[in-house]
Design a protein around this ligand. Structure first.
Ligand code: ZN
Length: 280
C-alpha cells in the first residue's frame, strides 16, 4: 500500500460529517501515512484538529497510518461528549440570556432588555432598517440621530446615568463598547456572584427606564431632567432591592446597599435623602 485517497465521506461518521461541513478537499495523497499526524498535519487542506475543534478533548498524537486497516479507512468514531464539544463550539452563545431573566427582575424590564440585546427595540435606526423613511433625532440630547447604541449607551445625557450607577458599585465609568459589555464586561465578571446579580438587576432597571422615558419624551412631550431621573431610579432600586436582595450578607453588596441608603439590618430602613451631584 503506497498511496491512499482520503475517501472519508464513505465512512459516514461524525469526523467525516465535520469534514463535509468544513468543505475540505478530501483527495490528497498521504503515502503510507506513517509520518503524517492525523490531527495536526495539513494533509486535508488544513489540520483536522483545528477544522473540527477537537483540541483538548482527545489525544492528538496519532499518525494517519493508524487509521488505515487492510487498505481501508478505520476512522475514529467520536463519543457523544466529543461530538457535543464540537457542535457546541459552533453555536453562538448568548451568555446574557439567562442572567436577564431572573426572579429579581420584573418581566417587563427583562423583556425590554431582551429586545435591546436582540436589536428589536423600535428605535429610529431599527425602523429605518425595516424600510420606514423618517427623520431621526435623539429624544434626550436632541443633537444626534437615534440608534439603539446611542440611546441606551452613548447619548451624553444617558452616560450621566451610567456614570452614576457605576459609582454605586465603586467603579469609574468608561463608555460601554456594546450592550453585552454592560452584562459581561471584564469588571462586571470580576464581581462576586451576589454583587453581579445586583448589578444585572440595576442595569436592567436602568435600560428599561431609559426606554420608557424615551417614549414619554417623544410621545407625551415630557422634558428630561437628569436629577429627577436619578431620584426616580433610586426609588426603583431601593424598592426592589429591599424585596429581592435583603437576605444577602456579602460585604461587597452591603457597600452598594449603603450607597442606596438601605440598611442590611432592617427591611424598614430609615429614609435616605441622597446628595445628588449635577454632572450634566
Ligand atoms: Zn442623545
Amino acid at each position: 500500500m503506497n498511496f491512499h485517497s482520503s475517501h472519508i465521506f464513505r465512512e459516514g461518521n461524525k469526523v467525516a460529517d465535520a469534514l463535509t461541513n468544513e468543505g475540505i478537499s478530501l483527495q490528497w495523497c498521504v503515502g503510507d501515512g506513517r509520518k503524517i499526524s492525523f490531527w495536526l498535519d495539513n494533509w486535508l487542506g488544513k489540520p483536522l484538529a483545528s477544522s473540527i475543534g477537537v483540541i483538548g478533548c482527545i489525544p492528538l498524537h496519532a499518525k494517519v497510518n493508524e487509521f488505515i486497516v487492510d487498505s481501508h479507512w478505520a476512522l475514529p468514531a467520536l463519543t457523544a461528549k466529543e461530538a457535543f464539544v464540537y457542535f457546541s463550539s459552533h453555536i453562538v452563545r448568548r451568555s446574557w440570556g439567562k442572567v436577564i431573566w431572573s426572579k429579581a427582575i420584573q418581566p417587563c424590564k427583562s423583556l425590554v432588555v431582551w429586545k435591546a440585546l436582540h436589536g428589536r427595540l423600535l428605535t429610529d435606526d431599527a425602523l429605518q432598517r425595516r424600510g420606514f423613511s423618517l427623520p431621526s433625532c435623539c429624544s434626550f440630547c436632541g443633537s444626534h440621530a437615534e440608534t439603539g447604541v446611542h440611546l441606551l449607551l452613548r447619548c451624553p445625557r444617558i452616560m450621566v446615568l451610567w456614570k452614576w450607577v457605576c459609582l454605586l458599585f465603586s467603579h469609574s465609568f468608561s463608555p460601554w463598547s456594546s450592550l453585552e459589555d454592560v452584562f459581561l464586561g471584564g469588571w462586571v465578571s470580576a464581581f462576586s456572584k451576589q454583587k453581579r446579580r445586583l448589578w444585572i438587576f440595576i442595569a436592567c432597571t436602568l435600560i428599561w427606564y431609559i426606554w420608557i422615558t424615551r417614549n414619554l419624551l417623544r410621545f407625551e412631550g415630557k422634558v428630561f431632567d437628569a436629577l429627577e431621573a436619578q431620584r426616580h431610579l433610586l426609588d426603583l432600586f431601593k424598592e426592589s432591592v429591599r424585596e429581592s436582595f435583603h437576605t444577602y450578607n456579602n460585604h461587597a453588596v452591603v457597600s452598594v446597599y449603603s450607597r442606596l441608603g438601605i440598611s442590611q439590618l432592617s427591611a424598614n430602613a430609615p429614609s435616605f435623602t441622597p446628595q445628588y451631584e449635577a454632572t450634566d
